[in-house]
Design a protein around this ligand. Structure first.
Ligand SMILES: Nc1ncnc2c1ncn2[C@@H]1O[C@H](COP(=O)(O)OP(=O)(O)OP(=O)(O)O)[C@@H](O)[C@H]1O
Length: 360
């Protein structure tokens, strides 16, 4: 059977802020997050290639006594873009100014920031793809010539007053490098793409954070938390803190695999990092619609959520995990989805229907 569908490829801003497994920083305890940030490239876990390349860029600039080239960091939320920008400033012994694309709506906002930068300062511009067009155009000239034209007055009498800027390093961060206009992308001397982390890397993040939080944790417990962290250090640190709460109240503060598994069970984060919403979507797809294909709107009604919530909050991770596929005919569960929920498909894979999509 084939229900309605309008397949969309929008990538989610991991929306629901209160989600334990959401990757965005909304609602995050900023003080704790700051305390757990690595302070140098050596301390920064994983992302070997970006780290190695950045190390060369920074060391070469230092050796020349020059300001480092502009850096663009792309990748999903919570993978360490803000942390890396702070590390860049620290490695260059430079101050850092932090702002974001949505905060710069007028070119004048940007001119005010740029004109107050010190020589060599790092300007971190988060969500650079969300800057307004006039500000973006001002940034082109600032990045290339360290100069901006400030427009004074309006209409025919308006004049452009050129303003020299001290050399600075722009670090732009974006979840969507593809959305950046090529003229902006081309003005970065170095682009680093941040990947999701391997489980072993997240274990290192967790051990490091546990030490900073003064927690005793064994290797198995770290592995258990890492496996549920969706490849994202921010989520790993958040789950560690919830496991700590549970251990404090119920297990004399000692973090073992068993304690971690029970604690995260209480918070409804399963062994693969799926939460209640993710499982509800999969369950509806499997139990009500035989694994699909089913349209997004129908699936959303079945789980009692908005279409956008299913599409933007639950689906990206399910797709990434290979549990759900978005096809032109609708949403389809993969064999791994049946296995994950411990259910048996109603027909043998390969015997028609969805089996045709995934083979025998
Ligand atoms: N490679 C890493 N090693 C250790 N900890 C990390 C690493 N990357 C990120 N973290 C931790 O994860 C948290 C989130 O990192 P950060 O704020 O830099 O992510 P981000 O990519 O800038 O996210 P967003 O795009 O949502 O702002 C920080 O507390 C930081 O300590």
């Amino acid at each position: 059977m084939n229900w309605d569908d309008t397949s969309s490829e929008t990538e989610a801003p991991d929306a629901a802020a209160e989600r334990l497994v959401g990757a965005s920083a909304d609602g995050e305890d900023q003080a704790v997050e700051a305390a757990l940030r690595p302070k140098s490239l050596g301390e920064f876990v994983g992302q070997e290639r970006v780290r190695e390349q950045l190390d060369l860029v920074l060391k070469a600039a230092l050796a020349r006594g020059a300001t480092a080239d502009h850096v663009l960091l792309s990748g999903a939320p919570g993978l360490g873009k803000t942390t890396l920008s702070m590390i860049i400033a620290a490695e260059m012994n430079a101050p850092i100014r932090i702002t974001s694309g949505p905060a710069i709506q007028h070119a004048g906002d940007l001119a005010a920031i740029l004109s107050s930068l010190q020589e060599g300062e790092v300007l971190f511009l988060d969500e650079i793809h969300r800057m307004s067009r006039p500000a973006e155009e001002m940034l082109y000239m600032a990045m290339e010539d360290f100069r901006v034209d400030v427009i004074v007055g309006k209409g025919p009498g308006a004049t452009a007053i050129p303003l020299e800027l001290p050399p600075f390093t722009l670090v732009g961060a974006t979840t969507r490098a593809g959305l950046l206009p090529p003229p902006l992308r081309d003005r970065f001397g170095f682009t680093g793409h941040m990947e999701f982390y391997e489980s072993a890397e997240l274990e290192r993040v967790i051990h490091r954070s546990a030490q900073l939080l003064d927690l005793e944790i064994d290797a198995d417990a770290a592995a258990e938390i890492a496996g549920r962290s969706r490849g994202t250090p921010r989520i790993a640190n958040r789950l560690l803190r919830r496991v700590r709460d549970y251990a404090q109240v119920k297990a004399d503060g000692y973090l073992t695999r068993e304690v971690a598994a029970i604690a995260l069970g209480v918070y409804e984060v399963d062994a693969r990092g799926l939460d209640r919403l993710d499982r509800a979507v999969l369950q509806a797809l499997l139990k009500l619609f035989g694994g699909g294909p089913v349209g997004l709107s129908t699936l959303a009604v079945a789980v009692g959520e908005e279409r956008e919530t299913v599409e933007e909050v639950a689906e990206p991770f399910l797709v990434r995990e290979g549990l759900l596929a978005r096809t032109p005919r609708g949403r389809v569960a993969t064999p791994a989805a049946w296995a994950h929920l411990g259910l048996t498909p109603p027909y043998a894979p390969g015997a028609g229907g969805q089996g045709g999509l995934f083979g025998a």
